[in-house]
Design a protein around this ligand. Structure first.
Ligand code: SAM
Length: 243
C-alpha cells in the first residue's frame, strides 16, 4: 500500500462511496501524479480516516476503508513562542512529522515576531503537507497565536495530563525523567510542552506557568535554538511513549 499516492480530501467531498474531486485535485492526480482512470490512490480526510480509492472521470470510487496506526498513544500540545523570521515553519514541519497533535504559537514577553494572518494559513498548509508525507492519520491543529500568559491560564483546569515548561538555564530535572511512566498513560491523556523564544522566557512567565500547574524541565546541558528545542522535546516524548 505504501507505493500508492496519497491526497488530502475535505470531509464535505465524501458522498456515500464517492469522492467528488475539485478541478485542482483532478489536475494534481492526472497531470502531476500521472494517474489515469482506474488507477488507485489513498484519500485521507486529515481527521483520522484513510480510504483506498479508484480514479474515475471527475470523481473517485471508494473501494475500502484502511486502518492507519501512525499516531502516538498520547495527545501532545506544543506551546511554542514564535521564533524570528520563518523559523516557525520548521517547528510546524518537524513537530508534525514527530506526531504533535496541536501547536499553539504564542507571543511571549521576548517574542520579536508578530505574525501576519497569512502566516497561520501557511503553517496550516505546512502541517497538512507534513502529515501527508509522514503518513499521519491526523493533521495537527494549529491555533491562532495568543499571548503566552493567557494560554497558560487557560490551561489551569487541565487535570488529566502533564504540563511542562522548558527552561534553558537553572537546575531543573530532565524532561525524560519527569514524563509519567508509559504504563500509566491513557489515550485521553494530554501532554502540554512549552518552549520559549530566542531570548528565553522571563522569570515572571516561568513563575506564572509553574503557578498554573506547569513543571519546569531541562532538555539537556546545551542551550538549544528556539527552533531546535520543540523538536528535541517532541523526540524525547515519542521515544518514551512509542518504543
Ligand atoms: N537566551 C536564552 C538563554 O541564554 O538562557 C536561551 C533561550 S533558548 C535559545 C530558547 C528556548 O528553548 C528556551 O526558552 C527554552 O524553552 C528552550 N531551550 C533551549 N535549550 C534548552 C535546554 N537545554 N533545556 C530546556 N529548554 C531549552
Amino acid at each position: 500500500m505504501t507505493q500508492l499516492q496519497r491526497i488530502a480530501i475535505a470531509p464535505a467531498q465524501f458522498q456515500q462511496d464517492q469522492i467528488i474531486l475539485t478541478p485542482q485535485q483532478l489536475h494534481y492526480l492526472g497531470r502531476v501524479l500521472r494517474l489515469r482512470e482506474g488507477d488507485r490512490f489513498i484519500a485521507m480526510d486529515g481527521l483520522g480516516k484513510w480510504w483506498l480509492a479508484q480514479l474515475a472521470t471527475e470523481q473517485a470510487q471508494i473501494l475500502e476503508t484502511l486502518s492507519v496506526e501512525t499516531e502516538l498513544p498520547v495527545s501532545i500540545t506544543l506551546v511554542a513562542a514564535l521564533p524570528k523570521g520563518n523559523g516557525f515553519d520548521e517547528v510546524v514541519r518537524y513537530c508534525t512529522e514527530l506526531g504533535v497533535t496541536c501547536i499553539a504559537p504564542v507571543i511571549s514577553d521576548r517574542t520579536l515576531l508578530h505574525p501576519s494572518p497569512q502566516k497561520l494559513e501557511r503553517w496550516r498548509r505546512i502541517a497538512a503537507e507534513a502529515a501527508e508525507q509522514s503518513e499521519r492519520a491526523f493533521v495537527p491543529t494549529i491555533l491562532e497565536p495568543v499571548d503566552f500568559i493567557s494560554m497558560v491560564k487557560g490551561q489551569e483546569s487541565t487535570v488529566n495530563g502533564q504540563k511542562y515548561i522548558c527552561e534553558a538555564r537553572g537546575n531543573y530535572p530532565h524532561l525524560i525523567n519527569c514524563l509519567s511512566h508509559k504504563a500509566q498513560i491513557t489515550t485521553d491523556q494530554e501532554l502540554i510542552i512549552a518552549t520559549g523564544p530566542e531570548g528565553g522566557w522571563t522569570e515572571k512567565e516561568v513563575e506564572i506557568a509553574i503557578a498554573s500547574g506547569f513543571q519546569a524541565v531541562s532538555l539537556g546541558r546545551r542551550i538549544l535554538r528556539a527552533v531546535t528545542a520543540p523538536i528535541v522535546a517532541l523526540s524525547i516524548v515519542t521515544a518514551v511513549y512509542e518504543v
